[in-house]
Design a protein around this ligand. Structure first.
Ligand code: TYD
Length: 208
């Protein structure tokens, strides 16, 4: 049987990384077989592309270049890791996938969902998640959380970024509404509740 493909999406401060770590620990305890991966990255080439995209020194990066680099990393990920792993009957959990491009580059950066979907056609080659878990949080709360973690006040840059993150959230919610494989989790709840809700649906998908 083909493995299951599950992706995790969310805005900054949604707790995605923490919850994902807890999910991975519990799945391992239960002896469920899977591979955890991430985007951008997931392969040697993808990780090299990741460092180009996320390098703070690359301030002159054109938005379409950025979108193409995310898609290039994704293409390599799909071909080298996702398809072969699923074909072996092993499930893949990916920290972000194409919906991040649709929401960040398409929605927030303003390139439009259509262009991003087109760019990503050769990247995904129709490989769709069986389940996408969206950790949803109001960006004001998300950024507050980040600031609390860093034990500092929300600064000017965080506030400037607020509008961008609001657009990311709206795009994610719009995509989720028109899709049949999204589970929206209220990430403003206490961490144990968010974890329980996410784990339940991930476990169900992996074992059905
Ligand atoms: P990362 O440090 O992994 O952030 P997070 O913990 O929030 O997932 O960096 C990934 C960043 O790249 C994150 O800000 C979202 C962004 N991103 C896009 O803009 N488009 C994409 O297609 C992907 C996969 C990520």
């Amino acid at each position: 049987m083909r493995g299951k493909f599950i992706t995790f999406e969310g805005c900054e401060g949604s707790g995605k990384s923490t919850i994902l770590r807890l999910i991975v620990e519990k799945l391992k305890e239960e002896g469920i077989r899977f591979i955890l991966s991430r985007e951008p990255g997931g392969t040697k080439i993808g990780e090299e592309i990741r460092s180009v995209i996320l390098d703070k020194a690359n301030t002159e990066m054109d938005p379409v270049t950025e979108a193409l680099l995310y898609a290039a990393s994704r293409r390599q990920h799909v071909q080298e890791l996702i398809i072969p792993t699923l074909n072996k009957g092993i499930s893949v959990l990916s920290d972000r996938y194409v919906d991040s491009s649709l929401a960040y580059q398409g929605g927030a950066r303003g390139l439009g969902i259509e262009l991003i979907a087109k760019i990503n056609e050769p990247a995904t080659e129709g490989v769709k998640p069986d389940l996408t878990v969206l950790f949803d949080i109001n960006p004001e709360e998300g950024l507050k959380r980040i600031a609390q973690n860093a034990s500092r006040e929300v600064n000017r840059l965080d506030l400037e970024a607020l509008d961008f993150h609001k657009k990311v959230r709206k795009a994610f919610l719009d995509i989720a509404k028109s899709s049949d494989h999204f589970a929206i989790i209220d990430a403003s709840k206490p961490i144990d509740e968010v974890f329980e809700a996410a784990y339940k649906i991930v476990h169900k998908t992996l074992t059905e």
